[in-house]
Design a protein around this ligand. Structure first.
Ligand SMILES: O=C(O)[C@H](O)[C@H](O)COP(=O)(O)O
Ligand SMILES: [Mg+2]
Length: 297
């Protein structure tokens, strides 16, 4: 049974049991540009208790560098080393696991976060935020001609997704020698008062058209966990993953041997939590992250 964080005893007990806190972002810290209640106080409390805090987001629209600016806008002092995004994980996967030579270009179906992380690792990108792809579709356009130096496709969340972007992505994926990488698999993501199509919904379109399945680099991939552990040493038995989604955040924490805290400010509901098999239940749950601060006083 998941323990609810709704009393001083439960909040103080959780704070005492873990020294490393991994946080999902969308649906836990914020909903788009809306910071969730008491997030600042909760993070300040953890810092004052000398806990290690790490932010692990599947949202690939921003690079780690761009996320530091978003955190700062909310008054949160977070360093690039504390942030792990799926755009970063995808760029690291191409560079270290695939060992894609830096002379090969990468076609991006996604936003500037992916482009920025790839550029920082020395890759030239095509597609992505190129405004030429916002034009009215024309099947005879040279925009659909493939550049033979492209060695990989990286697909993620793209709020400007359109037929041109999907059609051009397909031209690259028709070549089986071109790697197919997805930043993450989230079917949806939460915004204030709405649930919107996530990266997984866009990736699935490219997968369906090409008949190929990508390697997905964000949560729950343990490749993402390895990337975090390469920078931050921590004992998994004293670490907890906080998230709003079961098949990404909670699975990521569970598979990594961490405790898990599900918050109900994003994708999952109490009804969904109640219907889970015992082995899939999180260790803890809370109405919101801020309850950890509110009940610890
Ligand atoms: O890519 C997506 O579908 C969304 O950005 C998703 O919300 C991931 O963000 P996270 O909850 O991991 O911060
Ligand atoms: Mg989330």
């Amino acid at each position: 049974m998941a323990t609810k964080i709704d009393s001083k005893e439960s909040a103080v007990g959780l704070l005492a049991a873990y020294d490393t806190f991994l946080f999902d972002c969308d649906g836990v810290l914020w909903l788009g540009d809306h910071l969730l209640p008491h997030v600042v106080e909760t993070l300040e409390l953890l810092r004052s208790l000398k806990k290690k805090v790490i932010f692990v987001t599947n949202n690939s629209t921003k690079s780690r560098r761009q996320y530091t600016a978003k955190f700062a806008k909310f008054g949160l002092n977070v360093t690039e080393e504390e942030i792990f995004g799926s755009a970063y994980a995808s760029a690291v996967y191409l560079s270290t696991i695939v060992a894609l030579p830096k002379e090969r270009k990468v076609w991006v179906l996604g936003q500037s976060g992916i482009e920025d992380e790839l550029h920082q690792l020395g890759y030239e990108t095509l597609g992505g935020s190129d405004p030429e792809l916002d034009r009215e579709f024309n099947s005879e356009s040279p925009l659909l001609n493939v550049d033979p130096t492209v060695g990989a496709v990286v697909a993620g969340l793209d709020i400007k997704v359109n037929y041109y972007r999907l059609a051009a992505t397909l031209q690259y994926l028709r070549d089986p020698k071109v790697e197919f990488v997805a930043t993450n698999i989230d079917s949806t993501y939460p915004q204030k008062g709405r649930v919107l199509p996530g990266a997984g919904s866009i990736v699935e379109s490219a997968a369906c058209a090409s008949g190929r399945q990508p390697v997905a680099c964000g949560k729950p991939s343990q490749g993402m966990m390895a990337a975090i552990k390469a920078v931050h040493q921590f004992d998994p038995s004293k670490a907890i993953m906080v998230g709003d989604r079961l098949n990404t955040d909670m699975k990521f924490g569970r598979d990594g041997g961490l405790a898990t805290l599900l918050v109900l400010t994003g994708i999952e509901t109490k009804e969904g939590l109640d219907s889970l098999a015992p082995n899939l239940k999180p260790t803890f749950y809370a109405e919101k992250l801020g309850d950890l601060f509110l009940h610890s006083k």
